[in-house]
Design a protein around this ligand. Sequence first.
Ligand SMILES: *Cc1c(COP(=O)(O)O)cnc(C)c1O
Length: 462
Amino acid sequence: MPNMPTLYPGDSRPDPSGNESLEKRDKTYILHPFTPIGEWENESPMVIAGGEGSRIFDDQGNAYLDGTSSLWVNLLGHRHPAIDRAIQEQMEKIAHSTFLGLTHEGGIRLAEELALRAPGNLQRVFYSDNGSTAVEIALKLAFLLRRKDHPEARRFFSLERAYHGDTLGAVGVGGINRFHAPFYPLAHESLKAPAPDCFRCPLGLSRDRCSIDCADVAVRTIRRHGPELAAVILEPRLQAAGGMIVWPEGYLTRVSQATQEEGVPLILDEVATGFGRTGALFACELEGIVPDFLCAGKGLTGGYLPLAVTLFSEGTYRRLKEDPGIFYHGHSYTANPLAVAAARATLRELEKGRHIPEIPRKRIIFEKLERKLKNLPFVGNIRSIGLVFACDVFADATRKHPANRETMTGIERRAQSLGLIVRPLTNTLYLIPPLSISFDDLILMGDILTESIRGSSPNPAG
Ligand SMILES: *Cc1c(COP(=O)(O)O)cnc(C)c1O
C-alpha cells in the first residue's frame, strides 16, 4: 500500500471540476486569522470582490463603507489611481529582487523620503514586510546596542494590553491575555505596567490624574529595573488592538523621559498610528518625542502591499557597524520593489492631498457623533484621536458590565446590513476610516454606527 494521508470524516480532496461554491471551498481549505473556527463554519462569509475609495464591494454587488480601513491599513482609499499606476509602472521593470547584498532605486529613494519626513534624527531604515517583523527587528537591534554596556540587559518593558504583532518576540511584549497568554510559555515575557486607560483604570485612579499617576507606575518600574532592560516598547498615544485606548496627553513624554534618564532604548511601535491616523504624520510628533527606534507598517503602502520599516539614527548605525558589524536578520521580500513603489506613491499623495491638515475639520463630525451616542443609555467611554473614533457598549444603563459577544455581533451584522463594515474589539466599537474619506461618507459612517447600536440595544432609547 502506498502511504495514504489519513482522511478524517468530512475531509475532502480538491474538487477538480471547480463547481463547488466559493463558500464551500473556503471552508474546506482555509483557516482564517483571528476568526472563531466554529462560528465561521456555521455562517455565510462575505466574499469581497472589489473596492473603490472608502467602499468595498461583495460578490453580490453590495457596497459597504470600509469602517476599519481594511483593518487599519488603507490610507487613501481603494483603487487609488496614482498608487495603482506606480505599481503598474514598477511591474514593467521588475517585481522582485533580493535586498541581501543588492539594492534598487526605489528602495534607496523611499529610504531618503522617509528620512526627510521622520521625526528628529531617524534617518536610517531597515526594511521588512509586516508590522510584527518591524518590531522583532527593533527588539533585536535594541538588544545588540544595549548589551555593549549592560551585558545583563535582556528584558523588555511594555504595557498591559499592548499589541506588537503575532511573532514570538512580539508576543513576549504583547499584553492582551486573550491573544498572547497561550503563547507566553514559548515567548520571552516582558515586564509590564498598566496601560494608561483613563476610562477603565485598573488602578482606580481619577481621570484627571491619569497621565501623572499612571505614568508614575511605569516610570518607577523602568527606574527600578533600568539596568536589566534591553528596551522599552510602546504604542504611542493609541493602543489600538488593546481596545482603542487613547492615552492622556503627557503620558508618553513622562515615560520617554524615564527611558532617557536610564539610558534604555525606546522603541515606538507606530504600525497602527503612523502616516496620519492620529492627526500627525507620526503619533510621537504630537508630543515632540523622538524614539531610538520607530516601527511602521500597515498604512505605509496605502494599505496595498506588505512592507514595513524600522527607523533609527545614524549614531545607532555607527555603533552597529563597529559591533557586531553585520545584522543577521532579513526576509525574502525585504524592500519588495512593488511595495516600495506603492509606498512612495502613498507618501506623495498623502502630502499632495492635504489629508492630514483636513483631520481637525473631520473631527467636528466626531463631536456631533459623540453627542448623539451620549443619548444612548448603553454607550459610554467615547474617545477619539485624529481620525480614530471609539466607544464602548454595555449590557445595561449602569454602564458597568460590558455588552456580551452576542450583542456585539448583532451590532456588527446590523451595521453590515446598513452598508458599513465594523469589527468590534470585545465591547469596543470603533471607526478608523481611510484618511481620504469624504465628509459626507464620514457622516454616513457615524449615522450607521449609531443606528446599528440603537437597533441592537435590548432597550432602545433616545
Ligand atoms: C497590526 C500591528 C502590528 C503587527 O503588524 P502586522 O503587519 O499585522 O504583523 C504591530 N503593532 C501594532 C501597533 C499593530 O497595530
